[in-house]
Design a protein around this ligand. Structure first.
Ligand code: AHR
Length: 336
């Protein structure tokens, strides 16, 4: 790794000048030399700003990889285009940054650019969404969510609700609003729903549309669905923005959203705004997707700087909230 060897050379030079050869100096307990001198330069390609979640994720990265913490962050917003992300990563390589971090729009199409980063000996950290590459060693680590597990949490909750109500075998008419197709957030959450449909032959997807993880798009597609039918039991939205847009459309159409006698809305993210809707009963279940990944990235880089071996896959901690048990206090204490 280019920077680690540079740090080692720098350390060797300092050690020779200051202490002669002192084995063990510069051990894991000490701050990286570069936090004292030059900052660690990190190029970060953020996928966009499509949701509240994404804004919180960008803020988390900016505050963890700050100057005070010994970093220089070069932030690039790809405006939801993979091409822009590839271009930004190539620019980071030309700038010879110390680390490249990116949150991929979709899982595929990264092999060539990662090969370029490897040729330039720049370590790459993937955050938020995962990628699919044949050679996993093309990137150093992935820090993000286990999206399939998030989806499992949602569908198991729905199964258990139906069982408690003695309705496990009744037909369940589901509207599915998907996130950005090909992103691991969409793939994992969709896969869990599809597996639940296999287990529950009485569950039926009556409409499946793309909401692009945005409130505006979900409002639009939900409005079109409602022109066809209002006979809906569940709306499974793949993030809070979509849930809010779908709720707006349903309320305008005269439907009530709640886990009692209304439409059951399931969402992901658990942002403060999303949880406010959960507290009001409009979102029945909100599965957390934790955007506060900056500190994990900063910690990982520090460990790499110290020459430590790191896990290649790290999932962030996540939980879930339902409208039966959520309290105001739970929302107030949250960071996003
Ligand atoms: O990849 C995480 C997803 O992307 C979040 O659920 C969503 O809000 C965001 O835009």
């Amino acid at each position: 790794m280019k920077r680690t060897s540079a740090a080692i050379c720098l350390f060797t030079l300092c050690a020779t000048v200051l202490f002669g050869c002192v084995p063990g100096a510069g051990s894991a307990q000490e701050p990286p030399e570069k936090t004292v001198g030059s900052p660690i330069v990190v190029g970060f390609s953020q996928v966009g700003a499509e949701s509240e979640w994404r804004v919180a994720n960008s803020e988390s990265m900016k505050s963890a990889l700050s100057e005070e913490n010994g970093f220089e962050l070069i932030f690039d917003d790809a405006r939801n285009e993979q091409e822009n992300q590839i271009r930004a990563i190539r620019t980071f390589i030309q700038q010879d940054v110390d680390y490249i971090v990116f949150s991929p729009r979709v899982e595929t199409g990264w092999t060539s650019i990662l090969q370029e980063a490897r040729d330039a000996e720049i370590p790459v950290i993937v955050i938020d969404r995962d990628i699919q590459v044949e050679d996993r060693s093309l990137y150093t680590a992935y820090i993000g969510s286990d999206f399939r597990r998030e989806g499992e949490t949602a569908v198991r909750w729905l199964e258990s609700l139906m069982q408690r109500r003695g309705k496990a075998d009744r037909p369940l008419r589901i509207v599915h609003i998907q996130g950005t197709v090909g992103s691991s957030a969409q793939i994992g959450r969709t896969a869990a729903l599809e597996a639940a449909l296999e287990r529950n032959p009485n569950w039926e997807i009556i409409a499946q549309e793309l909401g692009d993880f945005t409130r505006a798009k979900a409002y639009e597609v939900m409005g079109a669905i409602l022109e066809e039918t209002k006979d809906i039991d569940v709306v499974y939205c793949e993030n809070d923005g979509e849930a809010l847009g779908a709720i707006d459309a349903m309320e305008e159409a005269g439907l009530t959203c709640n886990a009692g006698d209304g439409v059951i809305v399931i969402s992901f993210d658990a942002t403060k705004l999303g949880l406010t809707y959960c507290l009001a009963g409009k979102i029945a279940l909100n599965v957390e997707c934790n955007p506060l990944q900056g500190p994990y990235v900063a910690d990982l880089i520090r460990r790499l700087e110290r020459g430590e071996t790191v896990e290649q896959i790290m999932h962030v901690d996540e939980t879930a909230f339902d409208s039966f048990t959520i309290t105001k206090e739970m929302i107030e204490g949250r960071g996003y």
